[in-house]
Design a protein. Structure first.
Length: 129
Protein backbone atom coordinates (compact mmCIF):
# COMPACT_ATOMS: atom_id res chain seq x y z
CA UNK A 1 0.00 0.00 0.00
CA UNK A 2 1.32 3.47 -0.83
CA UNK A 3 0.76 6.65 1.10
CA UNK A 4 0.36 10.28 0.09
CA UNK A 5 2.26 13.23 1.54
CA UNK A 6 3.47 16.56 0.18
CA UNK A 7 2.92 17.91 -3.34
CA UNK A 8 3.90 16.90 -6.84
CA UNK A 9 3.08 14.21 -9.36
CA UNK A 10 0.83 11.18 -9.05
CA UNK A 11 2.12 8.22 -11.07
CA UNK A 12 -0.82 5.87 -11.00
CA UNK A 13 0.81 3.08 -12.98
CA UNK A 14 3.38 2.39 -10.25
CA UNK A 15 1.35 3.73 -7.32
CA UNK A 16 4.17 6.15 -6.51
CA UNK A 17 2.16 8.95 -4.99
CA UNK A 18 3.00 12.40 -3.74
CA UNK A 19 0.45 15.14 -4.31
CA UNK A 20 -1.62 17.90 -2.73
CA UNK A 21 -4.95 17.37 -0.99
CA UNK A 22 -6.68 19.37 -3.75
CA UNK A 23 -5.23 17.07 -6.38
CA UNK A 24 -6.38 13.97 -4.46
CA UNK A 25 -9.90 15.40 -4.29
CA UNK A 26 -9.87 16.09 -8.05
CA UNK A 27 -8.86 12.50 -8.76
CA UNK A 28 -11.51 11.07 -6.44
CA UNK A 29 -14.22 13.25 -8.02
CA UNK A 30 -13.15 12.04 -11.46
CA UNK A 31 -13.34 8.41 -10.32
CA UNK A 32 -16.74 8.91 -8.68
CA UNK A 33 -18.13 10.48 -11.87
CA UNK A 34 -17.15 7.53 -14.06
CA UNK A 35 -17.72 4.65 -11.63
CA UNK A 36 -20.47 5.84 -9.29
CA UNK A 37 -22.92 3.06 -10.21
CA UNK A 38 -20.39 0.39 -9.24
CA UNK A 39 -18.36 1.83 -6.37
CA UNK A 40 -18.74 0.32 -2.89
CA UNK A 41 -17.98 2.53 0.14
CA UNK A 42 -17.31 1.94 3.82
CA UNK A 43 -17.07 4.79 6.32
CA UNK A 44 -15.84 4.06 9.84
CA UNK A 45 -15.08 6.12 12.94
CA UNK A 46 -12.10 4.15 14.27
CA UNK A 47 -11.75 5.80 17.69
CA UNK A 48 -8.08 4.98 17.15
CA UNK A 49 -6.67 2.59 14.54
CA UNK A 50 -6.14 -0.34 16.91
CA UNK A 51 -5.16 -3.89 15.99
CA UNK A 52 -8.84 -4.84 16.41
CA UNK A 53 -9.90 -2.20 13.89
CA UNK A 54 -7.18 -3.35 11.45
CA UNK A 55 -8.35 -6.96 11.90
CA UNK A 56 -11.96 -5.95 11.23
CA UNK A 57 -10.98 -3.97 8.13
CA UNK A 58 -8.97 -6.94 6.82
CA UNK A 59 -12.07 -9.12 7.16
CA UNK A 60 -14.32 -6.76 5.16
CA UNK A 61 -11.89 -5.01 2.78
CA UNK A 62 -12.74 -7.34 -0.12
CA UNK A 63 -16.30 -5.97 -0.12
CA UNK A 64 -15.36 -2.31 -0.71
CA UNK A 65 -13.60 -0.07 -3.22
CA UNK A 66 -13.24 3.00 -0.98
CA UNK A 67 -12.79 2.97 2.78
CA UNK A 68 -13.10 6.29 4.57
CA UNK A 69 -11.72 6.36 8.11
CA UNK A 70 -12.22 9.05 10.73
CA UNK A 71 -10.52 9.48 14.12
CA UNK A 72 -7.54 7.29 13.19
CA UNK A 73 -5.45 8.99 15.90
CA UNK A 74 -2.36 8.39 13.74
CA UNK A 75 0.57 10.74 13.28
CA UNK A 76 2.55 10.84 10.05
CA UNK A 77 5.20 8.73 11.79
CA UNK A 78 2.84 5.81 12.40
CA UNK A 79 0.42 6.19 9.48
CA UNK A 80 2.24 3.31 7.78
CA UNK A 81 -0.06 1.06 9.86
CA UNK A 82 -2.73 1.78 7.24
CA UNK A 83 -0.60 -0.35 4.93
CA UNK A 84 -1.28 -3.35 7.16
CA UNK A 85 -4.92 -3.44 6.07
CA UNK A 86 -4.48 -4.63 2.47
CA UNK A 87 -1.94 -4.55 -0.34
CA UNK A 88 -4.82 -4.01 -2.79
CA UNK A 89 -5.37 -0.42 -1.63
CA UNK A 90 -3.59 2.92 -1.82
CA UNK A 91 -4.05 5.13 1.23
CA UNK A 92 -4.23 8.89 1.75
CA UNK A 93 -3.82 10.07 5.33
CA UNK A 94 -4.04 13.39 7.14
CA UNK A 95 -3.01 13.71 10.79
CA UNK A 96 -4.66 16.19 13.13
CA UNK A 97 -1.93 15.83 15.75
CA UNK A 98 1.22 16.99 13.94
CA UNK A 99 1.24 20.53 15.35
CA UNK A 100 0.74 19.21 18.88
CA UNK A 101 3.46 16.56 18.45
CA UNK A 102 5.92 19.09 17.01
CA UNK A 103 5.37 21.45 19.95
CA UNK A 104 7.18 19.07 22.29
CA UNK A 105 5.22 17.69 25.20
CA UNK A 106 2.04 15.83 24.33
CA UNK A 107 -0.58 15.18 27.00
CA UNK A 108 -4.04 13.68 26.86
CA UNK A 109 -5.37 11.11 24.44
CA UNK A 110 -4.65 11.15 20.70
CA UNK A 111 -7.24 12.83 18.49
CA UNK A 112 -8.40 13.36 14.92
CA UNK A 113 -6.93 11.97 11.76
CA UNK A 114 -8.63 10.89 8.56
CA UNK A 115 -7.72 8.38 5.88
CA UNK A 116 -9.09 7.29 2.53
CA UNK A 117 -8.18 3.88 1.18
CA UNK A 118 -8.74 3.43 -2.55
CA UNK A 119 -8.64 0.07 -4.32
CA UNK A 120 -5.50 0.04 -6.50
CA UNK A 121 -7.43 -1.11 -9.57
CA UNK A 122 -8.70 2.47 -9.95
CA UNK A 123 -5.11 3.58 -10.59
CA UNK A 124 -4.30 2.28 -14.08
CA UNK A 125 -2.80 5.38 -15.70
CA UNK A 126 -0.52 8.33 -14.91
CA UNK A 127 -1.90 11.76 -14.03
CA UNK A 128 0.26 14.79 -13.18
CA UNK A 129 -0.86 18.12 -11.77
Amino acid sequence: MASVFGHGCLNLSTVNIACSDVFVIRILCHLFYFYMDHIRFLSLNCHGLSSDIISYLRSVVCNYDFIILQETWLSHANSHRLGDISNDFVYFHSSAMEDRLLSGVFSGRPFGGTAILVRSVFFQQSICS
